[in-house]
Design a protein around this ligand. Structure first.
Ligand code: CMC
Length: 431
């Protein structure tokens, strides 16, 4: 069959179905091509893309990421500048609203978040205190966030902007309270109420560590270091948990249920659980002498993965890891060096000069050093994914809101069926 001759234009691709000889020209838009257009030529033929490695599931104007160049920007602002000059609350505002707040807008925003930090007494007494004494705080957080949807019935009004904004403020404000409450319960300490005179991270540190003193004043440098870590973790475009947020949100579930789903996705060791896995790995390695044999075992496949290394998108370096290394120095100056740091540094040095890792473009990611900082600040390992979930809530909600504003379709991918053909049911006695 003769092929259709197509006009030659830049910025388009032509596909030909060799079964029919039919061709279709599809323009590139924003660096991608429309699968819906493609489907016009190939109805009933699906893109096979496990892990959505080559699929853009949405258009987004929140976060820009260039994995080859190691670039990360929130709403156009380089992560390096935000980490240096901004605060987590300001970044949360930026992610959600698209622009940095004016001083007046920031005052209102900070006031609103600060005055929504309290949780209903029943969330603490009935839910959190109902967990088994050794419950993982991340499991408690996921459940408590989901439970919040039953306390705020107006949360279902997701297209009522006033209600939507209220849930966004509640979620950002209450995450640290829930997180600290989960920790206090797991160590048998009494719950500490939020202190509205404190800033976001100082308030969280007060809820974590306060004992008998009337007011807990966190070391300002440590509160700032945590704020920087929160900025670095606030968003990372279409990662696993954000995708979970968008997928669940696309069914028009309330934001608490969607955030609980996102937090559950973050829990896994391939995602937000990686910083916990890094410390366990470094502890298992135990001494500098064991670093080389450990690397050898990773390479031959018996030692598992080098935790805190590699990234689906970053293939030259993770800009967050570079900032975090500097933050680690600031924190260790106050807390003393984490004894695992030397093992981490040696591991990094060997891996970065080893062909196995360089040929696969495996570099330290944000989690390689964040765990060392959290540990030096006194956080137990189980709290690490929780510390990731607190700031990522801003990113999840920004994506959720964007998805709703785009009037996005319900997420419903296709599959390539590879199972049995039709067969007749065999009664149990005849099998
Ligand atoms: N250690 C050793 N080998 C690795 C590692 C690692 N950490 N990561 C990837 N590889 C190898 C993998 O075995 C494969 O080799 P081969 O081609 O010979 O089969 C190759 O590199 C490609 O791996 P992949 O699994 O196809 O890569 P991916 O893009 O699907 O996985 C990743 C990305 C982050 C899940 C993975 O690198 C990993 O498991 N890293 C360790 C866990 C970790 O640090 N996660 C935190 C990610 S950053 C925080 C966040 O955003 O959540």
């Amino acid at each position: 069959m003769q092929r259709k001759v197509l006009r030659r234009v830049a910025d388009s691709i032509t596909i030909t179905d060799n079964r029919t000889g039919e061709s279709l020209e599809i323009p590139f838009e924003n660096g991608g091509i429309s699968a819906a257009q493609w489907g016009k030529l190939l109805p009933g033929v699906w893109f096979y893309d496990p892990g959505l490695v080559s699929t853009a599931a949405c258009e987004s104007s929140i976060t820009y990421l260039d994995g080859d160049e190691g670039i990360l920007r929130y709403r156009g602002y380089p992560i390096e500048q935000l980490a240096e000059q901004s605060t987590y609350l300001e970044v949360a505002y930026l992610l959600l609203n698209g622009d940095l707040p004016t001083p007046a807008e920031y005052d209102v925003w900070q006031h609103e978040v600060t005055h929504h930090t309290f949780i209903h007494e029943n969330v603490r007494k009935r839910f959190l205190e109902g967990f088994h004494y050794d419950a993982h705080p991340m499991g408690m957080l996921v459940s408590a966030v989901a439970a919040l949807s039953t306390f705020y019935l107006d949360a279902k009004d997701i297209f009522d902007i006033e209600s939507r904004n209220k849930q966004i403020i509640r979620l950002i404000a209450k995450m640290p309270t829930l997180a600290a409450a989960a920790h206090r319960f797991s160590v048998g300490m009494p719950f500490v109420y939020p202190d509205n005179s404190l800033k976001f991270t100082s308030n969280f540190l007060s809820m974590m560590w306060k004992t008998a003193e009337p007011r807990f004043d966190a070391n300002p440098a440590l509160a700032r270091a945590l704020d920087v870590l929160f900025i670095l973790h606030a968003d990372h475009e279409q990662n696993c948990s954000t995708t979970a947020m968008r997928v669940v949100g696309s069914s028009h579930a309330d934001p608490y249920s969607a955030t609980a789903a996102a937090a559950a996705a973050l829990y896994g060791p391939r995602h937000g659980g990686a910083n916990e896995a890094v410390i366990r790995m470094l502890t298992d390695i135990g001494s500098l002498d064991n670093v080389e044999p450990f690397i050898a075992s990773v390479k031959e496949g018996s030692g598992g993965r080098l935790q805190g290394f590699g990234h689906r998108v970053y293939k030259s370096y993770d800009p967050r890891a570079q900032i975090i290394k500097k933050t680690a120095d600031d924190v260790f100056e106050i807390t003393g060096k984490n004894p695992l740091l030397d093992i981490a540094l040696k591991l990094e040095e060997i891996a970065l000069s080893d062909e196995y890792f360089t040929s696969r473009k495996l570099y330290p990611n944000v989690d390689f050093y964040s765990g060392l900082i959290y540990q030096a600040m006194g956080f137990p390992l189980e709290m690490f994914p929780v510390l990731f979930a607190i700031p990522r809530t801003a990113g999840w909600l920004a994506h959720w809101q964007e998805m709703l504003d785009q009037d996005s379709k319900i997420a419903r991918p296709r599959q390539l069926y590879i199972g049995d053909d039709a067969r007749d049911y065999v009664p149990i006695g005849a099998r």
